[in-house]
Design a protein around this ligand. Sequence first.
Ligand code: ARG
Length: 468
Amino acid sequence: MSNRMWGGRFATGPDAIMEEINASIGFDQKLWRQDIQGSLAHAAMLGKTGILTADDVAAITGGLKAIEAEIESGSFTFSRALEDIHMNIESRLRELIGPAAGRLHTARSRNDQVATDMRLWVRDTVDQIDQQIADVQLALTEKAAIFAGAVMPGFTHLQSAQPVTFGHHLLAYVEMLARDRSRLADARRRMNECPLGAAALAGTSFPIDRHATAKALGFDRPTANSLDSVSDRDFALEAVAAASICAMHLSRFAEEIVLWTTPQFGFIRLSDSFTTGSSIMPQKRNPDAAELVRGKAGRVFGALQALLTMMKGLPLTYSKDMQEDKEGVFDALQTLSLCLAAIAGMVRDMQPDLKTMKKAAGLGYATATDLADWLVRVLKMPFRDAHHVTGRLVGMASERGIGLEKLGLAEMQAVEPRITAEVLEVLGVERSVRSRVSHGGTAPRQVRAQASRWLRQLGREARKQVSA
Ligand code: ARG
């Protein structure tokens, strides 16, 4: 039998392989809510403009709501022969209300329908992700406020560089996540135009009201060009690109959690809630959740690459290739959402080992820059000369396997006679972080100020969410 939705000119049904490659219902059923939402808005508009009678609109609306309840309760049967979510719902509508169902598709095509559904889904998901990122920011900031003065090593090249504080390190991610949110918000702004009413590609001869459907669906305005409306998926690309960057940030943090929980670092401890044991090595506590956040970033990046590649050769307007946008976009955004939940959980769960971190902060001559800065400040040496003198002192200490502070004053004076005992004060890690008072620096005072600023800002946002 040929397809009832489009099979007028077809004598027979599709080959089994054709059906298999053509069907998207296996994955696009995720769009059921958006599809019904779009159809309800479209039907209401067709009624208001007099394109459909009030009776037809009432029947269609009632039928769509019944279908919504069926899908929600799990009693709806999805059929692969009906290809996709749009035709599954329309076909059921016909079963429920009869021929009036066929009028719903007036002045519409699956091309503008799917473009609308996808925008709605991506938009809703971006909104949810934004809240999740805010929650991770809050978890990080609360920890940062508590540990604003906890000294740990700061690294470059993963080599001890200069002492920093744990709070400062956590707030670095709060900043990254703020930019991730701003990228998503930016993508959302551009995406929030309604393609519905572009019809197949050229618009329609019916006197539709695109402003009404756009408004009903919470879009800022209708899209301006019908060809563009059914052709582009840049809204999904932008969301997945922003999601990829965010996933990359989370992956870096996850990598740090993996490092920090090793016995070699021992900077933090995760509880049983976020670790697993080994079936053979009883001593193990593996940071699986962090490893998976790191690993899952690849899926998100992969979806971005796949979507770019799928789109790059397509002439205007719609091509069936575009049906391939869905699985990757769904998976990328849902994966990010899961990673955010896992990171929020781990941040709240992690307990730093302050003694170990502080001890590590002093290793590797991490206060050598403080010594060089002292030579510049007190002895008025040019920084390059101070760097050289300090290097020689580090060399001496390192040869003897001791810290800079363990070198005797006489030994130091052998390299630079003007050095006084006062220099010993700047060699401590606490003193080092306290001195980094420049804006954005690691001094606990600065870190506390930044943490308070974020707590205020996140609190303001949360209040706005509640009142909205
Ligand atoms: N399932 C299709 C998709 O996701 C819906 C649009 C189909 N349009 C068409 N002209 N065959 O892209």
